[in-house]
Design a protein around this ligand. Structure first.
Ligand code: SAM
Length: 262
């Protein structure tokens, strides 16, 4: 497991406060919730979880842990699932509740929710479990508590791909400039599987995801190409299919199951 750092631009002592401020500002820059649920059907995560979800009855209970702008929650609500979206950003959740009062959005921390034991058939969470320096087990322990026996957990976290391993080896010889603070964990597939197994889940599959995003980052950081250039975007689309996932993929997906007898 490898730690990523970010520049500490302003002093925020408490880690949870930092994460909430960081994401509230990010969602404000995106213009707040727009209800773009239609784009979800094209996402890699959606295609990966779809075969599992297809087995659930209409009205099955789902949790979108760290729902951000709420598009995933809206997508599943419109498919007839009883889905709750939870996020640490109180401002974003207030905006979601005002704009979509028919959908369940809750402000809260996925490490410590008020949901009853064993109430969710499926729990999904994209790019959330990695944000706390203490590691993954607080998120996984709470997920295990609220998922029904035989229920599913689907998560993505940043992949510690080969590119990162090489860059980390090179950076080990140079001291970072300025004040930095912990931003997120980065894991290999085996490390993610091990974290889930420690938490009591049976791991069904892991797979690298978002190769194009990984290529884009490499073109920017190693070759100095600005993200917004058409050339950078075009190259990332053209190159991604030819580069192995373990070398370049940005995220890793896992599907896991709570054993039926727990
Ligand atoms: C990478 S974004 C993902 C947003 C959304 N799931 C998506 O895929 O578009 C991470 C989100 O998780 C939220 N978050 C981070 N830690 C959290 C926690 N402990 N409890 C609830 N939400 C959290 C952040 O506020 C942010 O909205």
């Amino acid at each position: 497991m490898r730690k990523d750092y970010i520049e500490a631009t302003e002093p925020v002592d408490h880690e949870t406060e930092f994460v909430e401020k960081f994401w509230t500002a990010a969602w404000e820059r995106e213009g707040g919730p727009q209800g773009r649920a239609d784009r979800i059907l094209r996402k890699e995560e959606y295609r990966a979880m779809a075969p599992y979800i297809a087995k659930l009855p209409k009205g099955a209970r789902m949790l979108d842990g760290g729902c951000g702008l709420g598009d995933w929650t809206l997508c599943f609500a419109r498919q007839g699932f009883s889905v709750a979206g939870m996020d640490l950003s109180r401002q974003t959740v207030a905006q979601l509740r005002a704009r979509f009062p028919e959908v369940e959005f809750v402000a809260g921390d996925i490490r410590n929710t008020t949901f009853p034991d064993a109430c969710f058939d499926a729990y999904f969470s994209w790019g959330v479990f990695e944000h706390f320096a203490s590691g993954f087990q607080e998120c996984i322990r709470e997920a295990f508590r609220i998922v029904k026996p035989g229920g599913w957990l689907f998560i993505t976290v940043p992949l510690d791909n080969l590119r990162h391993a090489v860059l980390a080896g090179l950076a080990a010889h140079s001291a970072p400039d300025g004040a930095l603070r912990f931003y997120q964990w980065r894991l290999t597939r085996a490390e993610l599987a091990r974290e889930l197994a420690i938490g009591g889940f049976e791991v069904l599959e892991t797979r690298p995801m978002h190769k194009r995003q990984g290529v884009l980052r490499s073109l920017h950081h190693e070759f100095g190409l600005p993200y917004e250039w058409m050339l950078t975007k075009g190259l990332s689309v053209a190159l991604a299919p030819f580069i192995p996932g373990p070398l370049i993929a940005h995220m890793v997906f896992a599907a896991a199951r709570k054993p039926s007898d727990q």
